[in-house]
Design a protein around this ligand. Structure first.
Ligand code: GTP
Ligand code: MG
Length: 467
């Protein structure tokens, strides 16, 4: 674990842990753990909903940081954590020295988030990094996503856990324009179709355009028009000019000598206005595994992820889908702290005791009594990004994905009220809402209203909800 991880208590992110086993190593570890070795775990039989009420927890908000490659997402988050003193001076000094040594000095703050040697050498984020920080009223989870188009599946996995999104845009000459042709629009459309309504557009690298008000306005105007067409309500979108590298207007307001025209919020103030997550406490337990790793020799099998719905506690017997195998929760961390229980909205690490398993990234944990079902065929309401016809697609649900095909175009729908516009269309044009039937090559655990993304030939072609 690196220093930055220790500071933030972000145990759910196994990045940079040399001890994290490969999938094969894990299988080896697991096969060494015979059924007879599984320790008995006592449940305290807590009423978790009551415990949650007594705990008077802060509001919880998870946000995903998206945008075109290199627009400064990780640097901005590194800066935020540094200026909030979640990451200390000593850690950042070391990152500055180490990054300089390999000629990547400008990435020192990004390295707070980018912890693997691969990411550091290449200077790009590959997988979601999870970090935590608190303000007076809210406990925030940062999900820093990769911008590179090769890693969109990882970005989708982050977006599926988010309540709001920060879309980072590089304001410097030509960069904003390059982003529009690249992932700026694709990421915005994806987060919107994953149900994210609230968007903060961080107009970043303002130092590189001398804090030009004209440039800020130009970006704001173009993006406002595009976001309205992508179904974002103008009330839910705000724009904040900032510079992660220099730290202007992230936590500390920008100097009025630099930007006399700007009187609005800093990025942290804008985040603090966020509506807290509605916790679906009374629903059946659903948790999507975002990572499988070994947290210690005593805990060879740990999983991390967000509790999407319901609650869980130490001692609970859980079922894992799609395999249907069962396990017992030996111990757990909730939002980076050891805990007896956890509820919807929290990001957790579960240390599992089980006889044999084939766990993987994207699997879903539930209780046996109200477990999710595997399905082979389903209907979905989608918004198309490209032309859609009966075709092969990869179906993504959070980090899980499986090949399948669109077997029927049932109808196109009016975007405003969801009513049928045209039955049995031959093709669905880009930007049109539609109902389609999809058949999977293999069963996948799905239920309404899970959010899905359909991809073909390395591009996102549509996104929507299971009906
Ligand atoms: P991916 O995760 O790979 O998509 O990249 P990213 O968006 O996280 O960008 P990252 O933070 O890795 O920064 C990319 C480059 O932009 C680095 O060289 C940073 O130093 C530079 N950069 C980031 N923020 C700023 C800024 O505010 N001003 C200037 N001038 N450069 C910045
Ligand atoms: Mg990054």
């Amino acid at each position: 674990m690196n220093d930055a991880d220790q500071c933030s208590g972000a145990k759910s992110n196994g990045k940079g842990k040399p001890s994290t086993p490969t999938p094969n190593g894990l299988a080896q570890d697991v096969s060494n753990l015979g059924l007879q070795d599984v320790p008995k775990v006592k449940s305290k039989n807590l009423n978790v909903v009551e415990e949650f009420g007594k705990a008077k927890m802060k509001d919880a908000v998870s946000f995903v940081v998206v945008g075109h490659v290199d627009h400064g997402k990780s640097t901005l988050m590194g800066r935020l954590l540094y200026d909030l003193r979640v990451v200390d001076e000593k850690t950042v000094d070391k990152l500055r020295r180490d990054s300089k040594k390999i000629g990547k000095g400008s990435f020192a703050l990004a390295w707070v988030m980018d912890a693997t040697s691969d990411e550091r050498e290449r200077g790009v984020t590959v997988d979601i990094a999870t970090k935590y920080f608190e303000t007076e009223k809210t406990r925030f989870t940062i999900l820093d996503a990769p911008g590179h188009q090769d890693f969109i599946p990882n970005m989708i996995s982050g977006a599926s856990q988010a309540d709001l999104a920060v879309l980072v845009i590089d304001a410097s000459t030509n960069s904003f324009e390059a982003g529009l042709r690249g992932q700026t629009k694709e990421h915005a459309m994806l987060v919107r179709s994953m149900g994210v309504q609230r968007l903060i557009v961080a107009v970043n690298k303002m130092d590189a355009c001398e804090w030009s008000q004209d440039r800020f306005k130009e970006i704001q105007q173009q993006m406002t028009a595009f976001l309205a067409s992508a179904n974002f309500s103008s009330k839910s979108v705000s724009f904040v000019p900032c510079a992660g590298l220099t730290g202007d207007n992230v936590v500390v307001p920008v100097d009025s000598a630099k930007a006399p025209w700007y009187k609005g919020s800093t990025l942290i103030q804008e985040l603090d206005h966020a509506e807290p997550t509605k916790r679906l406490l009374e629903k059946p337990l659903r948790m999507t595994i975002s990572e499988v790793f070994s947290s210690s020799p005593n805990n060879p099998i740990s999983v991390s992820g967000k509790v999407d719905a319901g609650s869980l506690q130490v001692g609970d017997k859980v079922k894992i889908l799609p395999s249907g195998e069962t396990a017992v929760i030996k111990s757990l961390d909730a939002d980076g702290q050891p805990a007896d229980w956890a509820v919807a909205g929290q990001i957790v690490v579960l240390n599992l005791a089980l006889g044999e398993l084939h766990l993987k990234h994207g699997d879903i944990i539930c209780h046996e009594k109200d477990a999710l079902k595997n399905v082979k065929e389903f209907t979905a309401k989608i918004l198309s990004f490209e032309h859609i016809m009966p075709m092969y697609v990869d179906v993504h649900r959070g980090p899980m994905h499986a090949p399948g095909k669109i077997i029927r175009l049932v109808a196109t729908l009016n975007k405003a009220d969801g009513e049928v516009a045209k039955k049995r269309p031959k093709v669905i044009q880009p930007g049109v809402a539609a109902r389609v039937v999809i058949e999977l090559d293999e069963e996948m655990p799905l239920e309404a209203p899970n959010k899905i993304v359909l991809r073909a030939d390395g591009r996102s072609v549509a996104a929507g909800l299971i009906e």
